[in-house]
Write a protein that binds this ligand. Structure first.
Ligand code: UDP
Ligand code: MG
Length: 314
């Protein structure tokens, strides 16, 4: 029978952890009772350097019931790295691993359907949100804009899928082969290949605590996603450069004609506009190239993506 591990990254989640643990345990027990998964199945909480007592809660849960396991990172490394740490640890114990957020915004009842798709032969099952009605207006629209933009740039991501997904052992072993430091898991997982499927569910509200993804983190996550999956921005900038060069040729001819017809002093406005526009475009272009160079720099260091300080698995 298959052993299931549910991996949950946690950063300052003391408000939700008890309730999450309770609901996940209920889910797991019902699956064990129906003989869908083995008794060795576990819930693995990854403490991502929380500043509150999240880790103490996890330790306590583990002590009372060994169905709860814990992983403590040496410091806060961000959602993606914490998730990877959990997945890479769980793959050594489990046949199937499901990842989800600690706030249970992702409907845990979709787990049954995910396992069913796995039994039908899918190695990766993506949880896809059917609607975002429960998200704030702002979150919904920024997220939508992001997916559209990614699509435009040719990055292969699953629409409206976050990090709620099932992966088989061999899919995780495939993922382990990707050594990049700039992690954007929902872009990497489709690159692993194998047969995949989707399960749709409705995304609820965070039932306690506040979002650990403020606007600043969301923007840097989006830039990370774009620059680690596609080099299209650089191509676009090159094209823009060519177009601007062509325009400047036209401007050159125009300026010469104006000069010989004696209208030179009137060119002030166009001159100022060109200076500002070109200056802006150049800075933007340098910035984009800088993003990529920064990525190369980080990759070339081969720094560890996470360091596990403590492991509670029985
Ligand atoms: N998270 C994490 N490290 C961080 C930030 C967030 O492990 O630095 C976890 C967090 O505990 C939660 C998940 O990532 O389980 C998603 O975060 P959140 O629900 O706050 O994001 P939102 O749903 O608002 O996008
Ligand atoms: Mg959330």
């Amino acid at each position: 029978m298959n052993t299931l591990y549910i991996v949950v990254p946690c950063y300052n989640e003391k408000e939700v952890l008890h309730e999450t643990a309770k609901r996940l345990k209920e889910k797991l027990s019902s699956l064990v009772a129906k003989d869908i998964i083995s008794k060795e199945s576990r819930i693995l909480f990854v403490n991502d350097g929380s500043k509150d007592n999240t880790w103490e809660i996890i330790q306590d849960l583990h002590q009372k019931d060994e169905v709860f396991c814990g992983l403590c990172l040496s410091r806060n490394r961000g959602h993606q790295n914490a998730l990877l740490a959990g997945l890479m640890t769980a793959k050594d114990y489990a046949d199937i691993v499901i990842s989800m957020d600690a706030d249970l915004q992702d409907d845990i009842n979709a787990v049954d359907a995910m396992i069913e798709k796995y039994q039908q032969g899918a190695d990766i099952v993506y949880g896809v949100r059917s609607s975002r009605e429960k998200d704030t207006f702002f979150k919904r629209n920024t997220a939508l804009g992001f997916y559209k933009f990614m699509e435009l740039l040719g990055a292969d991501t699953v629409y409206n899928h976050a990090d709620y997904r099932l992966m088989s052992k061999r899919a995780l072993e495939g993922l382990a082969e990707f050594n990049e430091v700039n992690l954007f898991l929902r872009g990497l997982v489709p690159m692993v290949g194998y047969k995949s499927d989707i399960v749709t569910y409705e995304r609820g509200e965070r039932f306690a605590g506040e979002s650990k993804y403020p606007l600043k983190k969301m923007i840097s996550f989006a830039i990370d996603g774009i620059t680690s999956l596609s080099i299209k921005p650089i191509t676009l900038i090159t094209r823009l450069g060519v177009i601007i060069f062509l325009v400047s040729l036209v401007m050159l001819i125009y300026t010469i004609i104006r000069h010989f017809t004696g209208h030179t002093i009137t060119g002030w406005s166009s001159l100022i506009i060109s200076i500002w526009m070109l200056g802006g475009l150049q800075l933007f272009a340098i910035g984009v190239i800088g993003e990529y160079i920064g990525k190369i720099y980080m990759e070339s260091k081969h720094r560890p993506r996470y360091i596990i300080a403590e492991k509670l698995i029985k």
